[in-house]
Design a protein around this ligand. Sequence first.
Ligand code: ZN
Length: 189
Amino acid sequence: MSTTTRNKIIFFSRLTSTIFRSYKIKRFITSTMERKEYFNAKNWALLDIEYIQCTRTHQCIRKLYILAKNGYTDLQLECIPCEPLHKLEKRYQKAFHFCQSEIHKLPYCPEGSSLPCSAAVERLNNFIKNNEIDLVFYKGGDIEKKVCDKLHINSFNIENFMNELEKVYSHDPYIEVNCYFTQLVEFLL
Ligand SMILES: [Zn+2]
């Protein structure tokens, strides 16, 4: 291969890669802007749930906090699990003790005013309907997604933005939601 031909090949391959790179950056910026526009047009809320696995198929909502886009309309619930702790299968009792010491630090039953786990989804549904929320953000855990699917409400995992958001080291729904809320609002600006 002659030097001229080799130089031509090098020139064209560099040109192609520059064009491709700028196309990719442009696509990324466009899609991020489109995504932000889409989310900003929504009347969103941010939700976090701590649950207790009571059987293989049932996760009891133990504590829930949801904050609407306006930053002050909210709902906090503490719920009584469907079964007393001693009635759970041994492995779920163990799982609860592990989660309690390592994750949520919550007693099995709430101390103050509370409602049965079975009523939590309905209360959440009322909150969503009364405030005309059309998108629910949540972080990670699939219980939030499952609940939203059950209520036929769009949901979006903010872990998709985690490159932009700083991780919050708390498992208290109130703290977690408030910390991510501020970051989310700034990110969507
Ligand atoms: Zn339950």
